[in-house]
Write a protein that binds this ligand. Structure first.
Ligand code: C5P
Length: 404
């Protein structure tokens, strides 16, 4: 269940072209189970209609501070008290300036003063306006007051300029909002997970891969998220739906997966390697589609060994807890113990894939947890149940390794 389930969110929209993205943010919040009240400044209504936001949020949009009708319903103080969180997205330069000054001349700024809930800003403006001294000074004032500022991102702007000023994407804002409700075993921790198969290109249309479904890795991502972690899921190609409230990085090859893991590895408290990484890749991926020639001749591919992502990560980031999987058809525990040492892992989760009712594409799994302290056998469980138990087990190792 999403951390945003049943949470009360006020989304305040100020005037800027990024206002159109706020409609998607409302949709994502509703999908996560949040209750959403939308506040719009008069500028915002020039960019997107209140009716759109009303339809998406399922609630009338609040536009005026002193509207007798609105005050008879959910008045501004009631609204301020109702909120678990107030996000202003997009936050224009003008709105930032007005909040910095403590103004209360419209509903949005009044709510900022009146609410006891955390306030988040997602600035969006022209890059020169963002860089301007006045905006930067306002930013410092807001930060010093405990207001959280997410973004802006760099890139091409609606006005044609390139630079910092784009509002973060709705999915990124959703992650930031969910993180405000961090509770659980892994609250405040970052969990990096690899999942799914990798694809190693032979030519533009062919590749070497395996049958990994990604189910175990995705289940772990959800279980870690539900325990309050910030989750980064680096996934090879799968048929699964991208989990919500999780930072998702799509990759193809083992080398891409390693690069993506190394890039964010310094932020991770836990690295869980569930991916079924292809052991080998073609030495040279052909730029053109390989053609059949003489039927008497086969095709010989030269294969190179792929880097071991888990072993590389444990060496590069020894401060994190490293967990791997071992799918074996024989001598399960000795092989897992060997992997534990060879890959520098704290735990190897071993499963016997000679039994086709568990592992790889199945919805269930039965594993043994192998650590330097011994072996613990778990019963047959669904991958979701197992994921929840594994998160608890992984958290226990971190105690032993004195990560708190
Ligand atoms: O060596 P083997 O493939 O059996 O090891 C399995 C474990 O190591 C899994 O956790 C898998 O994600 C990880 N691994 C890896 N990089 C590789 C091969 C495996 O991270 N190239």
């Amino acid at each position: 269940m999403s951390r945003l389930n049943n949470k009360h969110i006020i989304l305040a929209i100020s005037g800027g072209i990024a206002a159109y993205k706020s409609a998607e943010l409302v949709r994502l919040l509703i999908k996560s189970g949040a209750q959403v009240q939308v506040v719009m400044t008069s500028g915002a209504t020039e960019f997107i209609t209140p009716l759109t936001l009303q339809a998406l949020s399922g609630n009338p949009v609040h536009q005026h501070l002193l509207n007798p009708q609105a005050e008879a319903g959910m008045g501004h103080i009631q609204l301020a008290r109702w909120a678990d969180l107030l996000i202003i997205a997009p936050a224009s330069a003008n709105v930032m300036a007005r909040i910095a000054q403590g103004q209360a001349d419209d509903l949005l700024t009044t709510l900022c003063l009146a609410t006891g809930a955390p306030v988040l800003l997602a600035p969006a403006m022209n890059q020169a306006m963002w860089r301007d001294q006045a905006t930067q000074k306002n930013l410092q004032t807001l930060l010093a007051r405990g207001i959280q500022v997410h973004g802006p991102a760099e890139g091409e702007q609606a006005c044609g300029d390139i630079g910092a000023g784009r509002m973060l994407e709705p999915s990124q804002l959703l992650t930031a909002l969910a993180a405000q409700f961090n509770q659980g075993l892994l609250a405040g921790k970052t969990v990096l997970i690899t999942a799914g198969p990798t694809r190693e290109a032979i030519d533009p249309v062919r590749y070497i891969s395996n049958h990994s479904s990604g189910k175990m890795g995705y289940a772990l991502a959800l279980a870690a998220r539900d325990q309050g972690a910030k989750v980064i899921l680096i996934s090879g190609p799968t048929q699964l739906e991208q989990p919500e409230d999780v930072i998702f990085v799509a990759v193809e090859s083992a080398q891409d997966m390693l690069k993506a893991s190394l890039k964010v590895g310094s932020t991770a408290d836990y690295f869980i390697a569930t991916a079924a990484v292809a052991d080998y890749r073609p030495a040279q991926a052909s730029e053109q589609k390989l053609k059949k020639h003489n039927p008497a001749h086969g095709l010989t591919l030269e294969l190179l060994q792929n880097p071991d992502i888990l072993a590389t990560m444990s060496k590069q980031y020894p401060g994190a807890i490293h967990v791997g999987f071992a799918a074996e058809t024989q001598d399960l525990i000795p092989h897992a113990q060997d992997k534990l040492k060879r890959k520098g892992a704290h735990m190897i989760i071993a499963n016997d894939v000679s039994n086709t009712s568990i592992g790889f594409n199945s919805d269930n799994n039965q594993v043994s947890l192998v650590t330097s302290g011994g072996v613990e056998d778990l019963p047959l469980l669904s991958k979701q149940q197992l994921a929840r138990q594994l998160i608890v087990a992984i958290k226990k190792i971190s105690h032993k390794a004195s990560i708190t």
